[in-house]
Design a protein around this ligand. Structure first.
Ligand SMILES: [Zn+2]
Length: 126
């Protein structure tokens, strides 16, 4: 079982196969969002009343410490969490904050693995 933790407070963000975030889009709508913990799976859950649209810029916030999870050291469109795999190895998981943009990166000691249809968008930033 993989676990995802907040890079700011170390709190556990995942339960089983979902990662929980506070989110707010660039139009001011906010929601709890559950992302699939499987890297490269872009399905997610939120309340159906919350109107997020493709192309929205979504801020991801830790629900435990309320810190913004921006990965601005790479790009303003990216956020990050820490993933601990079943063997206890840590990697940084960096993902696009733009709804519909499928770009995820696993940054670890051996390099960068890239996932998603739009992975080339930020490949030169990591
Ligand atoms: Zn936190």
């Amino acid at each position: 079982m993989k676990n995802y933790i907040c890079p700011k407070c170390g709190g556990f963000l995942s339960i089983d196969n979902e990662i929980i975030f506070l989110t707010k889009n660039n139009k001011g709508a906010s929601a709890l969002v559950l992302l699939d913990a499987e890297i490269g799976n872009y399905s997610f859950r939120k309340n159906g009343k919350v109107d997020f649209a493709s192309g929205d810029h979504v801020n991801f916030i830790c629900p435990i410490c309320y810190e913004n999870l921006n990965a601005e050291e790479y790009d303003d469109n990216l956020a990050k969490v820490i993933m601990i795999d079943a063997n206890g190895k840590e990697s940084e998981i960096v993902f696009s904050k733009v709804l519909g943009e499928q770009a995820t990166y696993s940054v670890h000691e051996k390099g960068v693995d890239a996932f998603g249809d739009h992975k080339n968008n930020y490949m030169n930033k990591l």
